[in-house]
Write a protein that binds this ligand. Structure first.
Ligand SMILES: Cc1cc2nc3c(=O)[nH]c(=O)nc-3n(C[C@H](O)[C@H](O)[C@H](O)COP(=O)(O)OP(=O)(O)OC[C@H]3O[C@@H](n4cnc5c(N)ncnc54)[C@H](O)[C@@H]3O)c2cc1C
Length: 278
């Protein structure tokens, strides 16, 4: 017969959020016929590299417009060589013309707080704990706790209790005599605002963010190799892999490197080992 504590433990596992997932909601597109019309008016032409993505084309075109390096003035650099050159020359404002919108799930509020610190070239829309009832919230378990049975038990017990107390506080406050809110919406908001004060950093959130290629590169550069931050490393790896599929030239100077703890870091190829934040 399975001991009762193990049964309870199995039930508590449903408190754990699924792994982080990064959905690409929108990506750059390009109106090539309009651009070819512009080129014909200028009596010039563009030798387009075969197999590039719209994001890579937009970046190359924006760069070439700066010098009108079309027709006879176009060098024989491929699109990826051209973008690498822009990056090497730190002419990175050109990268701002390509942006994506992502939906990120399975991350903690602790993680999202770090994400929203990125002010330049990012936009955010995050699940509200004031409008959304969180009594069924799931929690993101840190990898360190997941792999330690004792710590995991303490953690699950606490998350379970927090969920129950959140519900209890919401019930306690849901009495019209003790609050004078006329609008039910504001009453609900006030109850959730008060109740959410017990939710931990580990509470799962969902966040949509849009960012341009320059801002995303900066994010990967400073966040991708912080050894002691596995959740951040996991998201950076997803982001890098996504960008690698979307526009490989934009992240050609980055790579992932597996670490001893079983999780990769994202690092710039030229970034020396001693620059990795440990
Ligand atoms: C390892 C690590 C540890 C951290 N620890 C802490 C911590 O303990 N406490 C804490 O509060 N934060 C901490 N942070 C967050 C960090 O300070 C930044 O707020 C966050 O990483 C956003 O980076 P950013 O400002 O470069 O990005 P963005 O806000 O996207 O800015 C991008 C770039 O634009 C320029 N820029 C933006 N705003 C200005 C401005 N006002 N003036 C001049 N230039 C500007 C800068 O060049 C900046 O790098 C940490 C970050 C890392 C990576």
């Amino acid at each position: 017969v399975t001991p009762i504590t193990e049964v309870l433990h199995d039930q508590l596992l449903e408190l754990i959020a699924a792994a982080p997932h990064l959905h690409v909601l929108s990506r750059p597109s390009i109106n090539l016929s309009e651009f070819r019309y512009f080129l014909s008016k200028e009596d010039t032409s563009w030798a387009q590299t075969i197999g590039t993505s719209p994001a890579e084309d937009v970046i190359e075109i924006a760069g070439r417009i700066c010098y009108m390096s079309f027709g006879k003035s176009q060098s024989n650099k491929s699109n990826s060589e051209y973008i690498s050159h822009l990056i090497a020359e730190e002419h990175e404002s050109v990268l701002e013309h390509a942006s994506w919108t992502f939906l990120l799930t399975g991350v903690s509020r602790a993680f999202s707080h770090q994400l929203v610190r990125h002010r330049v070239g990012f936009s955010f829309s995050q699940l509200s704990q004031q409008y959304h009832d969180e009594h069924k919230a799931r929690f993101v378990i840190p990898e360190e706790i997941k792999s330690d049975e004792n710590a995991k038990k303490h953690w699950l017990d606490l998350m379970n209790r927090i969920r129950r107390e959140y519900e209890a506080i919401s019930r306690d406050l849901n009495s019209e005599e003790i609050n004078g809110y006329a609008a039910p919406r504001e009453l609900r908001r006030s109850i959730r605002t008060a109740a959410r004060s017990v939710l931990p950093n580990a509470t799962e959130t969902k966040i949509v963010f849009s960012a341009n290629a320059r801002a995303l590169r900066h994010f990967l550069k400073i966040r991708g190799s912080v050894i002691g931050d596995i959740e951040m490393r996991r998201v950076c790896t997803l982001l890098y892999q996504s960008l690698y599929r979307e526009a490989p030239s934009v992240v050609a100077d980055f790579q992932t490197m597996m670490q001893e703890d079983g999780y990769p870091i994202v690092v710039q190829k030229k970034q020396k080992a001693d620059k990795i934040v440990s």
